[in-house]
Each structure stands twice: as C-alpha cells, then as structure tokens.
Design a protein around this ligand. Structure first.
Ligand SMILES: [Ca+2]
Ligand SMILES: [Ca+2]
Length: 178
C-alpha cells in the first residue's frame, strides 16, 4: 500500500508512471479507497492518486509499453485547477487535450483521428494545482492502417471503442467479484 511513483518510475504492467521530483508527495499507485477521507475513491478498489501543480512544475508522466491510438480511464475530483493531457506522438510531436471538470467520478478518454500512435501521456494542471484519482485505465494498441479507406477507419475505430468498453466492463466485473 501507498507505493509512491514520486521521482521513481513505477511499472504498472502496460504502462510506467512517474511523477517529476518537484511534485507534491501525494503520488500513489495503490491509494486505498479511504485515503483523504474517501474523497478520491472511485469504485471501492485501490487507484492511482496524483497531485500535479503547474507553478511548481509538478507533473505525472504515463509511458505506454506499446503505442496506442485510443486511451481512457475513470477519474475523480478534477475540480480545482483542471487537468490537461499532453499526448506525445511516436514522432515526438505533442497534442494537448483538456479534460473537462469532473467534480465527482467520471470517465474520460480519447481516440486519435486520423490514427496517431501515442507513446506517452503527461498529466499537467491546467492552472494552479490539481489532485485527482485515476483508475481502470483502458487502451487500444496502435495498428498500422496505411491502406484502408476512410470508412474502414471509422469501422476500425468503432471496433476499438467497443473492445475498450468491453475490457472496462470485464475488469469491473472481475473487481466486483474479488
Ligand atoms: Ca482499481
Ligand atoms: Ca482535485
């Protein structure tokens, strides 16, 4: 319990989490549901608790083992500074995605279109500081699609989304049964 990824990378399996050394000490990969009075609890299981601060340069980076074209997670309490995801593409370019305010518990994800291979996601505060919970990370692996038609792409994205939703549902079932 309370395994920190502050300044030391933590390999969670499909991804590695690392909070920059200047981050707040509140960076746990296995935060318990009642941490902080339960304010960040998501589904009764352990979750990642992150605290990012723009002014201090505190940020959390998720490096993915394989390139992905779609990604999603459950979040809690994105309710103060706001959260941005900086997506680093396989060619080194970046795209910044703003996560809408999630005062309670909510789901957020993205699908790249046209498909772009994403190698890492950096969580940064939109302004000020933001502490949040994250759980049930779901991702779709990047697949080369140089020759399919536009409609083929649409079908493929829908299939990936469906697969992602099914993975999320199955994982919830497993956790509920545990
Ligand atoms: Ca969990
Ligand atoms: Ca917060």
């Amino acid at each position: 319990m309370d395994t920190s990824f502050l300044g030391t990378p933590f390999d969670a399996g499909p991804f590695v989490l690392l909070a920059s050394p200047s981050s707040d000490e509140f960076q746990f990969i296995d935060a318990v549901p009642f941490e902080g009075g339960g304010q960040w609890a998501i589904d009764g299981t352990t979750y990642a608790l992150c605290d990012v601060d723009l002014a201090a340069g505190g940020e959390v980076e998720m490096t993915l083992d394989t390139l992905v074209t779609a990604w999603a997670a459950d979040f809690s309490k994105i309710d103060s500074g706001g959260l941005d995801l900086v997506l680093t593409h396989s060619d080194g370019g970046t795209t910044t995605v703003s996560v809408p305010s999630i005062p309670g518990i909510g789901f957020f994800g993205f699908v790249t279109s046209p498909p772009e291979s994403i190698a890492s996601i950096t969580f940064v505060a939109h302004s000020g500081g933001e502490a949040f919970g994250m759980d049930n990370v779901t991702l779709s692996l990047g697949i080369p699609v140089p020759t399919v038609s536009e409609w083929g792409l649409v079908v493929m994205l829908l299939l990936m989304l469906t697969a992602g939703t099914m993975m999320l549902g199955r994982r919830r079932d497993v956790e509920a049964a545990a």
